[in-house]
Design a protein around this ligand. Structure first.
Ligand code: NDP
Length: 335
């Protein structure tokens, strides 16, 4: 079987040339865990930060030894886990960029292929979807009458945030995204009221026009301190802010992200930091609510797909450069 490793310790933002696809022995099934054939591999921004030792204190994988970490959906080949049998489909956050992965005890969840397409368990029904659901419903408590603003709105997290805000009764939901293709997706497929292209000139005026004189009551930040400041400066009094991600800062070499903190006072803002790990114990509750939305077409999916593990490095470079349109996924084995 094949897996993907780093060529050397990274000194700069990851590119496709930093990875090597190589032959590796099939791992053994761990005690209490499962051995799974990987069907779909998730590519996520946190992995880019992790590869440089910049994610939640988690170490980067050893070059040429350890495969790149990543969430996977797979078919069980062998199982020593209670309640999981060979042939079952599983999702795990503790997978890797490999054709076959060993998943430790308690790290694989059985998933239902009848409920949604299997790849959805990496996106709208996976960690990004859980992040969006937790941030929108548990932290910001978005609901009727809200005016919600979200950036990276075409992506896995942002796309779900916008749609969940709408499903929860927000009065107006506005996305911000980079370029006309992404903005088209946000409005035409996700059904948001408007999407502002921040790569167009004078996009702040476009944002004001989209708001139509209304204040933002929920701002969901995925990108940067500058975007956060732009959103917060348009906040209604006592508006809620979810600080979820800073994609534009993960590979930056200088300084930490900063906003004018006086905005928090002026706007009486409630600012929530979000770490999805804190909501892993609510995954079942999330699926109970979100899976019917997906089944009924109320929570729509958009994927940016590459086929074959050999293409994972180039597809990851695309994600690192923000060129993905929708959830970034690699089809490792087609069923
Ligand atoms: P996306 O599919 O949204 O991809 C990232 C997007 O960020 C890009 O497509 C791009 O969209 C935008 N972006 C802006 N600047 C940059 C840059 N310099 N480099 C790369 N991308 C950039 O990813 P996800 O939906 O998976 O994640 C969205 C955010 O949520 C990320 O910041 C991620 O780290 C965070 N996150 C946080 C979690 C938590 O627990 N707090 C859990 C999961 C994700 P555009 O062109 O529209 O700007």
């Amino acid at each position: 079987m094949k897996h993907v490793v780093l060529r050397a310790v990274l000194q700069a933002p990851p590119t496709a040339a930093d990875f090597v696809v190589c032959a590796a022995p099939v791992p053994a099934c761990p005690a209490g865990g499962v051995l799974a054939q990987v069907l779909f591999l998730s590519l996520d921004p946190y992995v880019g930060a992790r590869l440089r030792g910049r994610h939640m204190g988690e170490p980067p994988p050893s070059p040429n030894v350890e495969p790149i970490p990543g969430a996977v959906v797979g078919r069980v080949l062998e199982s020593d886990a209670v309640g999981i049998a060979p042939g079952d489909f599983v999702h795990s956050m503790m997978g890797a960029w490999g054709e076959v992965v060993a998943i430790g005890p308690g790290m694989a969840r059985r998933i239902d292929p009848e409920l949604a397409p299997l790849s959805a368990y990496l996106g709208v029904l996976g960690m990004p979807g859980l992040t969006a659901w937790a941030g929108a419903t548990k932290l910001a408590k978005v609901g009727s009458g809200d005016v919600a603003l979200v950036n990276a709105a075409a992506g896995a997290v942002g796309g779900s945030v916008g749609q969940i805000a709408r499903l929860k009764g927000a009065e107006r939901v506005i996305g911000i995204a980079g370029g006309p293709e992404k903005c088209g997706l946000v409005v035409d497929r996700y059904g948001l009221d408007a999407c502002v292209d921040y790569k167009a000139s004078d996009w702040p005026s476009g944002l004001d026009a989209a708001l139509g004189g209304r204040g933002v009551s929920v701002h969901f930040e995925n990108v940067s301190a500058a975007m956060l400041a732009a959103g917060m400066s348009r906040l209604s009094p006592y508006g809620r802010v979810v600080l979820c991600g800073l994609a534009d800062h993960y590979q930056a070499e200088t300084g930490s992200a900063q906003i004018p903190i006086g905005l928090i006072i002026v706007k009486r803002a409630q600012v929530h930091g979000l770490v999805v790990y804190d909501f892993y114990d609510q995954w079942d509750a999330f699926l109970r609510e979100a899976a019917p939305w997906v089944r009924d077409g109320r929570l729509r999916i958009a994927e940016d797909v590459a086929t074959g593990l050999d293409n994972a490095p180039a597809h990851f470079e695309k994600l690192m450069q923000g060129r993905n349109v929708g959830k970034s996924i690699v089809v490792v084995n087609a069923e």
